[in-house]
Design a protein around this ligand. Structure first.
Ligand code: ADP
Ligand code: MG
Length: 169
């Protein structure tokens, strides 16, 4: 995918409440403004990369891009599981991510157990792949080291504006 690595950021909003937290795999959802700015070659499926909540540390992540049932599967959703134990929820915080690589396409699973096994495999694959030097270096990208406040103007403007700033960083 020519658009990878892809940098984006946005506020963490409430998701569809499909209970991913109950599975032990909470996913932080991006608003539609971020989803709508995905380049067309970014297809649905599971990605790995780096993520940063507010001004916190940069952690490994896995992200699912899928069809959102709330919109009768006409709109995509972007859900990031940060591979880190947080003390509390971070709704309303700015989440910055860089999508680095693609793991697999969306699949339906016969059981919840099979789904959980697959997600845990995705997490293990992400952990290993992100140690490759060309992927590891993105952790230290300026995108994460610049303070959130230097982006505060773009946070309130349209995502397309912030997208331009981010991908031109
Ligand atoms: P929702 O349907 O609102 O997205 P989830 O069950 O998917 O609910 O939980 C997501 C929320 O959990 C995130 O918005 C965030 O505030 C919180 N959270 C706590 N730990 C994590 C984590 N490691 N990765 C992603 N979100 C987390
Ligand atoms: Mg979620």
């Amino acid at each position: 995918m020519k658009s990878l690595p892809f940098f984006c950021r946005g506020e963490v909003i409430r998701g569809f409440g499909r209970g991913s937290k109950e599975l032990g795999i909470p996913t932080a959802n991006f608003p539609d403004s971020v989803v709508d700015n995905l380049p067309p070659d970014i297809r649905t499926g599971i990605y790995y990369g780096w993520a940063c909540v507010g001004n916190g540390e940069v952690c490994k992540m896995v992200m699912s891009i899928g069809w959102n049932p709330y919109y009768k599967n006409t709109k995509k959703s972007m859900e990031t599981h940060v591979i880190h134990k947080f003390k509390e929820d971070f709704y309303g915080e700015i989440l910055r991510v860089v999508m680095v690589g693609y793991i697999r396409s969306e699949t339906t699973f016969d059981s919840l157990e099979a789904l959980i096994v697959a997600i845990n495999n995705d997490i293990e694959e992400a952990k290993v792949k992100l140690e490759l030097p060309e992927h590891r270096k993105l952790k230290d990208d300026n995108f994460f080291t610049s303070t959130a406040s230097s982006f505060s103007d773009s946070a309130t403007t349209t995502a397309s504006t912030s997208q331009t700033i981010i991908n031109g960083h």
